[in-house]
Design a protein around this ligand. Structure first.
Ligand code: HEM
Length: 270
């Protein structure tokens, strides 16, 4: 059973991710709405960090490749978010306008750059935890047991979203946005608002897909390398902690001295 507080945290995280997309649609909203949405995101990030404060204590204990990669990516997300926060305070015209920090052109550029990198790092951050999210979704929907058809259908949908995300990366000119190359194209919200969100959601989907499958691949290789060859094909024992990605799955090994030996009971009943 998944804890109710974990589900609530997950819902809040998805609200923050949705607001992040809304904040990217700067020219769809007016400046005040943008600033209020952005401030809401920062409040949700404070809540997120409070609930996950134990992670900071675990940084120094990270040893395995998977954990080290996760630490690096999470610190990158933290840096991008801090840049977004500081630049927001400096360029604010309404919510934090009273601070009169007067950020110039460079600060605005940093704000925009940090915003797009934050989206990419948030997507990767989600992808690294995708197994845990799927586990929570299964638990919330009361789905138990394995189903090959369901797995294949979900993988197919994930593949389609990733492919669409690749296409959308060109449509939204993601490369230029991440490397601060001036691009003259602005999204025409008069023409299509859903198109803007669909493109950015699928770009995020692409990075979730990549992070999830690349890390699963690394974990599988490590597990294979760690398993003694004679038990390589035996079933894998999984507990809730394994779904959360905190522990490696261990193959079931029954020590030979515990295997029951057929006893010769002939003549005992007589
Ligand atoms: C936290 C999430 C946020 C994201 C993802 C975000 C994203 C963006 C983006 C992409 C733009 C540029 C639009 C463009 O010119 O192409 C922008 C502009 C701007 N943002 Fe944010 N923003 C966020 C938070 C905030 C906050 C909290 C504030 C202030 C309280 C703020 C204030 C502004 C202002 C004033 C501009 C206009 C800059 C200019 O004059 O060109 N933003 N933001």
């Amino acid at each position: 059973m998944i804890k109710k507080t974990f589900l609530l945290r997950l819902v809040l995280d998805f609200v923050a991710a949705g607001l992040l997309l809304a904040a990217l649609a700067y020219y769809w909203l007016d400046n005040t709405a943008h600033e209020l949405i952005g401030t809401g995101i920062f409040l949700l990030i404070v809540v997120h960090n409070f609930f996950n404060r134990r992670w900071y204590g675990a940084i120094s204990k990270a040893r395995e490749a998977r954990s080290l990669i996760d630490v690096m990516l999470t610190i990158s997300l933290l840096v991008a978010m801090l840049a977004l926060l500081v630049s927001s305070l400096m360029i604010s015209r309404t919510v934090f306008g009273f601070l009169r920090l007067k950020g110039g052109f460079t600060v605005r550029q940093i704000h925009i750059l940090a915003a797009y990198w934050s989206l990419i790092f948030v997507a990767i951050h989600l992808g690294v935890r995708w197994k845990r999210i799927m586990h929570a979704a299964r638990s919330a929907l009361n789905i138990s047991g394995e189903s090959t058809a369901r797995t294949l259908a979900l993988r197919f949908i994930a593949g389609v979203i990733a492919a669409y995300g690749l296409l959308s990366s060109f449509v939204m000119d993601v490369g230029s946005k991440l490397w601060l190359q001036m691009s003259l194209d602005g999204w025409d919200f008069e023409e299509s608002t859903p198109g803007f969100f669909l493109n950015w959601i699928s770009v995020a989907g692409l990075y979730i897909f990549l992070a999830h499958y690349v890390l699963s691949g690394i974990q599988k290789r490590k597990r294979r390398a760690d398993s003694p060859p004679e038990v390589a094909n035996t079933p894998v024992c999984k507990t809730a902690a394994h779904f959360e990605g905190d522990l490696p799955s261990h193959r079931l090994q029954i020590p030979t001295d515990l295997v029951p030996v057929k006893q010769n009971t002939a003549g005992r009943d007589r």
